[in-house]
Design a binder for this molecule. Structure first.
Ligand SMILES: [Zn+2]
Length: 209
């Protein structure tokens, strides 16, 4: 089995002009294209790490070759990421990649909601879809209906990707008044501070299955 740096070298040098890794890395930059494979089934074409869900495309500016890699490789090897023609610093690159990942999670939620709205002709669900598209979060009550119906319809989705808003008093009251079963349905979508809030309201965490 080849070692990790050797793998990286074998994958990138034949597609680059430079003959050393640092020279080669200089030629590559992120193209802004991303792909969500829905499941962790893909491989990084640079380091060969497996079980990736998200792919980021990089291109060599001299050879025009492309590779689909994991975000970690972009960070680890300091590959160029641009915004409005400006090369981003390491911390801004990290923020940008995280933002793109967030966007892909949102789109994945939207796709699940669209399938659900087609599967069940239901006013609440079509309203939830419009609401989520506009606000990028759900109220606790909407979240319960959406996650419950997604599960019942066996529509592939990641509950933790949905965002719930608890900033308004009304939403907090809704959460306070929810049955424990409903709270547990939306639990994966709650952030850790939102879970703390639910516990302060008297709810308990689901048992770790
Ligand atoms: Zn990689």
């Amino acid at each position: 089995m080849s070692t990790y740096p050797q793998r990286v070298r074998d994958n990138i040098l034949p597609l680059s002009v430079g003959s050393t890794l640092p020279e080669a890395f200089e030629e590559w930059s992120f193209t802004e294209r991303t792909e969500d494979h829905e499941q962790p089934i893909e491989t990084c074409q640079l380091c060969e790490q497996e079980a990736l869900r998200y792919h980021f495309e990089i291109r060599n500016s001299l050879t025009n070759k492309i590779l689909w890699v994991g975000s970690q490789c972009i960070l680890k090897f300091g590959l160029s990421v641009f915004e409005s023609g400006r090369r981003l610093s390491e911390s801004d690159t990290k923020k940008k990649l995280e933002r793109l990942m967030q966007q892909m999670r949102l789109e994945s939620c939207m796709r699940a909601l669209e399938k659900l709205a087609i599967a069940e002709k239901n006013k609440i669900l079509s309203n939830a879809l419009l609401y989520y598209r506009k606000n990028k979060y759900l109220s606790p009550k909407f979240a319960f209906v959406v996650l419950w119906r997604l599960r019942s319809n066996k529509i592939d989705h990641s509950p933790s990707f949905f965002k719930i808003n608890l900033k308004r008093d009304k939403y907090q009251n809704d959460l306070r008044g929810m049955s424990l079963g409903h709270v547990h349905t939306i639990w994966p979508a709650l952030s850790s501070s939102q879970r703390d809030m639910a516990i302060r309201m008297g709810h308990s965490a689901p048992n770790a299955a």
